[in-house]
Design a protein around this ligand. Structure first.
Ligand SMILES: Cc1cc2nc3c(=O)[nH]c(=O)nc-3n(C[C@H](O)[C@H](O)[C@H](O)COP(=O)(O)OP(=O)(O)OC[C@H]3O[C@@H](n4cnc5c(N)ncnc54)[C@H](O)[C@@H]3O)c2cc1C
Length: 464
């Protein structure tokens, strides 16, 4: 159905991008998602001839992979508005919530790598922007076989418990770190990723807070991958373990090398907040897709001699579905609109186009960490840390990111259940899009943090 457009001041350029995303979504992403979902062996879903690669290549051809990368590296950050990014990802989520997240996460290491002191790492961002064949794919490797929720709780005070520590560790030896351990079979893009943002334990006495963040290429000796995960929902989204056995990485790959840098949980919760806000956007759009499927079904099918859409009880249900989906969607957009990754001001825009900005930023971040012991007690740094502590009065946007994800995924799942009640037996056929959407929606409730864990983590911040 046609929906009222709440976004005002949408430029012609943004409208055109939204339209391209809609066409890409419905002509390429949705059919590929359906096809990939039905593939029995997940290894076939990532094989060379798989339609997964048509999705990734078209995404690159449209330049959507560059949306968050700075122009200094060939990206479009600041050139394409944050509003356009929202409207594009909404279309991709509508088409297939799993593939939308897979595409989105594929750029994460290259974006964070722009803040590295190493030219080699920063250059990966430029190569990624130029990569139209999807040869470079990123992932966010955080959870471990024994630590899923623990990584969400790492953003809270519980993360300081020294009895709960990351299983992937990085030990410094000279100018290198040696990595040992594994990331869980749940890592999105895990078996197809060439690079990753990898959370590692640096100082186990500090519990999960004692972690650092490395940007790693996966062609290093000692890195291996598990089998692609076979699973219930979001089957088109590749997942798999990444194993590290005596993997040596140069110090320059360690972006955050001070365990618990100033306030480890500030950085962690920032990343979790951003990831969850994006999930909210994508999955609330899937909720809208579920409503549309149900509306169409009700118009086309009859029961007891009259069209379903003519029956009062069904009409009431349909309106409630519409109302619920649109509320979650609007909340997700409002939260994303206020993301820290919003539109840069004109001066920042100018700096984003200059490579030297990133050379200076990367080296400053590195220097600050090298001189951590000197700086950490400085009045200025203490004031900054104090200002950002929970309870300091600064509004914590990450709570909204988490709320957006929880609301969107619960909404999508509840609506899929409602759709199944309305459609009856027909809904159970694997030919019915809602059957897949139900499995996808349930999976999303676990992705990027089990909803209950996110609620617990966010509530600590509410009560601070
Ligand atoms: C589709 C999908 C994509 C994903 N993508 C990624 C990715 O890109 N990168 C990545 O690293 N990971 C990824 N994950 C992993 C995901 O983040 C974890 O599955 C999630 O955080 C939950 O961890 P777990 O599965 O280990 O569950 P557990 O942590 O084992 O939790 C099991 C249950 O116990 C409860 N529980 C556990 N601890 C507590 C506690 N302290 N207090 C209260 N309740 C608790 C949880 O709420 C949950 O209900 C993905 C998962 C999915 C489903």
């Amino acid at each position: 159905m046609n929906y009222f457009e709440f976004d005002t001041n949408v430029s012609k350029k943004t409208r055109a991008m939204q339209q391209s995303a809609r066409e890409f979504g419905m002509e390429v992403v949705r059919p590929a998602g359906i096809q990939l979902d039905k593939i029995q062996d997940p290894a076939d879903a990532i094989a060379e001839q798989s339609c997964l690669w048509d999705v990734f290549r078209k995404y690159r051809e449209l330049g959507f992979h560059k949306l968050l990368l700075p122009p200094a590296f060939g990206g479009k950050m600041g050139k394409v508005s944050a509003q356009a990014r929202r409207l594009i990802f909404e279309q991709l989520g509508y088409a297939d919530a799993g593939l939308a997240i897979s595409m989105d996460l594929s750029g994460m290491p290259f974006l964070l790598g722009t803040l590295s002191a190493s030219k080699e790492v920063r250059d990966w961002a430029r190569q990624y922007c130029q990569d139209s064949e999807a040869n470079m794919i990123g992932c966010w490797a955080i959870t471990e076989p024994d630590h899923g929720t623990d990584w969400i709780m790492a953003t809270t005070k519980a993360g300081a418990n020294p009895k709960v520590v990351p299983s992937l560790t990085a030990v410094k030896k000279g100018n290198e770190y040696i990595l040992n351990g594994r990331k869980s079979a749940s890592v999105t893009n895990g078996t197809i990723a060439t690079h990753g943002v990898v959370h590692v334990g640096l100082d186990l006495s500090k519990g999960m807070h004692g972690s650092g963040l490395a940007i790693c290429p996966f062609d290093l000796p000692g890195v291996s991958k598990g089998k692609p995960l076979d699973k219930l929902g979001k089957r088109p989204l590749n997942q798999g373990a990444i194993i590290f056995e005596d993997v040596k990485i140069p110090e320059k790959y360690m972006l955050l090398k001070i365990p618990g840098l100033f306030e480890a949980n500030s950085i962690g919760k920032g990343i979790v907040g951003l990831a969850n806000s994006q999930m909210g956007l994508v999955v609330s759009s899937q909720a809208r897709a579920i409503v549309d499927e149900t509306l169409n079904y009700a118009k086309e099918h009859s029961c007891n001699g009259s069209a379903l859409s003519e029956q009062q009880e069904i009409r009431l249900k349909l309106f409630n579905m519409f109302k619920t989906a649109e509320s979650a969607r609007r909340f997700a957009h409002s939260v994303a609109e206020h993301s820290p990754l919003g539109d840069p001001n004109p001066i920042a825009k100018m700096f984003l186009a200059i490579r030297a900005t990133f050379w200076a930023a990367g080296n400053s971040i590195s220097l600050l960490q090298d001189r951590y012991d000197t700086y950490k007690d400085s009045k200025r740094i203490k004031a900054i840390v104090q200002k950002h502590k929970p309870g300091s009065g600064i509004i914590d946007w990450s709570i909204y990111g988490m709320a957006s994800k929880v609301l969107a995924t619960e909404t999508a799942f509840n609506l899929a259940r409602e759709a199944i009640e309305i459609m009856g037996e027909d809904s159970l056929s694997t030919d019915n899009p809602v059957e897949k959407m139900l499995r996808d929606a349930r999976t999303s409730m676990i992705e990027d943090g089990v909803n209950e864990a996110l609620a617990l983590a966010a509530s600590e911040k509410l009560l601070a």
